[in-house]
Design a protein around this ligand. Sequence first.
Ligand SMILES: Cc1cc2nc3c(=O)[nH]c(=O)nc-3n(C[C@H](O)[C@H](O)[C@H](O)COP(=O)(O)OP(=O)(O)OC[C@H]3O[C@@H](n4cnc5c(N)ncnc54)[C@H](O)[C@@H]3O)c2cc1C
Length: 476
Amino acid sequence: MQTYTDILIIGAGVVGCALARELSLRCAADVLVAERACDVAEGASKANSGIVHAGFDAKPGTEKARLNVMGARMYPAVCAELGVPYKQIGALVVAFDEADRSTIEKLLEQGEANGVPGLRIVEHDELMKMEPNLNPAAVCALEAPTSGIVSPYELVYALADHAALNGAEFLFDTEVQGLIPTAEGWRAVTADGDILCRCVVNCAGIGSAVLHNQVSDRKVELVARRGQYDVLDHPEQPPFTRTMFQCPTKMGKGVLVSPTVHGNVLLGPTAEDIPDGRDVSTTAEGLANVAEKVKLTWPGMSLRTAVTNFSGIRAHEVNGDFIVGKAAPHCWEAVGFESPGLTSSPALAAEMAQEIIASEGFGPKEKIVPPQPKGKPFNEMTPEEQAEAVARDPMNGQLICRCEVVTEAEIRAAIRRPVGARTVDGVKRRCRAGMGRCQGGFCAPRVVEILAEELGLPMTAITKGGGESRMLVGEI
Ligand SMILES: Cc1cc2nc3c(=O)[nH]c(=O)nc-3n(C[C@H](O)[C@H](O)[C@H](O)COP(=O)(O)OP(=O)(O)OC[C@H]3O[C@@H](n4cnc5c(N)ncnc54)[C@H](O)[C@@H]3O)c2cc1C
């Protein structure tokens, strides 16, 4: 089978989906996103800290610094337009001794040089009033009021949906194995046939170096740097109101404790260089390391309410900066897009879309479709609103996930979205069924049943997360 498209985007993470959205809104070209996994946001974009970094970490003058600060500024508007949970809660980088103090003074200087607003150093007494659960051994902290939190995968789903509403197409379970230049552009080789395109964009995350090295003489090397996390159930009172960082190390931003947009508490990540860029397992050693380090920030931490753990892989480029821009004629890329890549993605996508359109001469889009408005989640409604919702549609009265209070109507809506859920994990991340303390123990069978009905498949064909991860082995 041979497919033709004007623009081929490889990889449906936050970068690929943000770019697909920008291109589909701005130009009349056909946009196709090829993704080797079974859904969007299956790589680093689903497994990270979800912090919209203020921009003090990156060295001034780097692409990381420039795109981080630009991206952070764009977040409130992008998330409001797409209906994605985002909160600007601020962050503190805590110093526990005088060596740490000089690190945060350097971060302050860097942040100011990068143009980050509102940075200041807070001394011990004020700090303990701001965050009473902090270890009293804290000396001082850098406060970054513009730091925020976002649901990273919900952002990617919303970007993909909006791109699809404007004509972008998504091809899943499609790995691009090779890129070959042609007279008209590029030929992308996949197991199901070639995709011919006028221009191509490599947004393949940890897989991006292989494709880069096929098209460019300037070879790059990526290291897979795994980060493991623990997630605590939503407490009545969050231990901290801000994201609490420790001082960064040469391996990254260090271990954090942060509320999530849904009220859970996130602990982590580790930073381990591993040989297999797809190994997202968690280890007893890694999680013990997280727990030990978190206790420096939060001596009262207990894992009694842990609901799950996960890991994500950073695509760390050995020279440390993002490699973004044109890699070859009619070929663009975002390689080594590790943290702050989530924060930087709206800025990168806007810039790159403009460059591609100007360079390839694509005409403007005539009609733009706005994002589909998202209803208020059932679990955030008042009792009166819930009663109205049930009267409107009785499926709102069928509670499927008891832990997170998710209804049948919400699960069906998650599957019916423009780029809808096709797996149990896809449902879980889109509407939170299975995210709670029982981790799908009660609701997974009903979710499988609903997926099978909506997709017109036998229940035995439904997977947890694509491939061979089938939920059921057969009928009895
Ligand atoms: C532990 C950790 C913590 C982080 N914390 C933060 C944070 O708090 N804030 C922040 O700003 N950033 C953070 N980041 C960085 C952020 O997650 C990444 O920068 C961002 O998700 C990268 O997006 P992406 O689209 O480039 O990559 P990905 O999300 O990995 O997407 C790439 C996609 O390409 C697909 N793919 C790969 N090869 C091929 C191929 N050959 N053919 C087709 N498809 C292919 C993959 O399956 C994947 O879906 C963190 C990252 C990690 C791992």
